[in-house]
Design a protein around this ligand. Structure first.
Ligand code: EPZ
Length: 419
């Protein structure tokens, strides 16, 4: 597995273009199965999760071409509705095949999805929603076996907010007979992006971004050409890296409106942040102040995918801070590594108590999940001395050449390829 070697202490400055959003392109790729005639999806990031999703779609019989950020997908001869355990377990988003495959083929058999080890990540709400739409679903000997005639619309009332289950329900309902109403729907920007894509294919989806989404099922959908929104978490991660080094940056093609909950925390930490159109300019103070109390919540709350990065900032900020992680039960995996670098962190259940230190010191580290790995990169960039971060493949899941983006801003970072 590849390793990052980082020499800390450089102040990051410059400009950086934000790539297409991982958590938008993955459900959109699954949804494109439902568009007759094929689709062209632009502004796709070169992430290992995107390549993994492409392999899954190809295993159903889709023809896919991915070059220079453009994915051309032709679902015309889907003939296999069974996905291998190996492919399914390679990422969490493999579960997005369930809705579209039931809508298009009336069957779907697969192992369980994978994804970052940040909690148990059950799929009960995905199954609940598709059963409401008429699917018969059994979970036996480690497999999910789904069958249906044409799905029929219904009322789905999620007991808790789930981004993925909301998206699976939207996709399945788009080709169901009749009307579907989804209540307690997730409100993330990527949900609205999926609505835009489905409607671009001729679906009738309304209400994404609110807690209630209404879908009028169609008999069929036509493939379309679509450009994916920028990645708010990648953008937030770059801002956090620049903030940690007391630098300044201009982000271009940033989703300014969708990042209000992130830029608010950076301002609380003492950064000057100005967002206008698709630009965000940020200048960080020489030393950050603690953002105080941060809790992660479903959108428009503070995103759990930025929690690890903010923990790193708090470790080198003036003052103390508290983080409450409300979404995932195991998302403090960076804490032991940050403590190895000299950080003062105490974990108590879903709370992390942090006392800021003047500086951290380079160490041998390891990425245990995608965003935690990015948080360790940020820590190494502002630490004194040399750091090595193993298991970079987990960071590749959600960042397209993160080392190159940071090197362009002045970071001293090398990727060491494993022999
Ligand atoms: C999506 O994961 C994102 N992934 C995650 O980003 C993100 O952290 C998460 O939403 C929350 O915003 C993609 O979009 C590909 P959930 P998802 O269903 O859909 C529980 C990243 O780093 N739950 O909203 O899996 C679940 O265990 C990744 O980019 C059930 O109990 O998240 C969690 O505690 C990490 N039953 C909570 O709900 C279910 O059926 C929220 O999960 C589904 C979820």
């Amino acid at each position: 597995m590849d390793t990052y070697h980082i020499s800390g202490g450089n102040r990051l400055e410059g400009s950086c273009r934000v790539n297409g959003a991982k958590n938008a392109v993955l459900p959109i790729l699954a949804a494109s199965l439902m568009g007759k005639g094929g689709s062209r999806i632009k502004n796709c990031p070169g992430l290992s999760d995107v390549y993994a999703m492409i392999s899954i779609l190809e295993s159903t019989g889709c023809a896919i071409d991915f070059k220079s950020g453009i994915i051309d997908i032709s679902p015309k001869n889907i003939q296999n509705a069974e996905i291998s355990e190996e492919l399914m377990s390679s990422l969490r988003s493999s579960i997005f095949l369930m809705g579209p495959m039931l809508a298009v083929c009336g069957e779907f058999t697969a192992g369980y999805p994978g994804g970052c080890a940040i909690g148990s990540r059950p799929i009960d709400m995905h199954i609940y929603a598709l059963r409401i739409l008429g699917a018969e679903i059994e979970e036996t000997d480690g497999k999910i076996r789904c069958r249906s005639g044409r799905l029929t619309g219904g009322e789905i009332k999620f007991p808790a907010v789930s981004v993925g289950a909301t998206e699976n329900a939207m996709m399945a309902a788009a080709l169901a007979q009749g009307t579907t109403v989804i209540k307690n729907a997730a409100r993330e920007p990527e949900i609205a992006e999926l609505e835009r894509f489905l409607n671009c294919m001729g679906a009738s989806v309304k209400g994404a971004g609110t807690g209630t989404i209404t879908i009028e099922g169609r008999k069929d959908l036509q493939g379309c050409e679509f450009s994916v929104m920028p990645d708010r978490i990648e953008a937030g991660t770059i801002l956090a890296a620049v903030a940690a080094t007391g630098g300044e940056v201009l982000l271009t093609e940033a989703p300014v409106r969708e990042m209000k909950n992130i830029t608010k925390v950076l301002r609380k930490s003492g950064c000057h942040v100005h967002g206008e159109g698709s630009f965000i300019y940020m200048k960080a103070p020489k030393r950050l102040r603690s953002a105080g109390y941060i809790e992660t919540n479903p959108y428009p709350g503070f995103p759990t995918d930025m929690q690890s990065q903010i923990m790193t900032l708090m470790c080198v900020s003036e003052g103390s801070g508290v983080i409450c992680e409300n979404i995932f039960e195991q998302r403090f995996q960076t804490a032991p590594y940050l403590k190895k670098m000299g950080a003062d962190i105490r974990i108590d259940g879903k709370y992390a108590f942090i006392k800021g230190k003047e500086k951290l010191f380079g160490a041998r580290l390891r990425a245990e999940d995608l965003r935690g790995g990015a948080a360790l990169v940020i820590a190494a960039l502002c630490a004194q001395g040399e750091s090595y971060i193993e298991n970079v493949c987990l960071i590749d899941r959600g960042y397209d050449k993160l080392d190159m983006m940071l090197k362009n801003l002045g970071a001293n970072i090398q990727r060491i390829k494993e022999e």
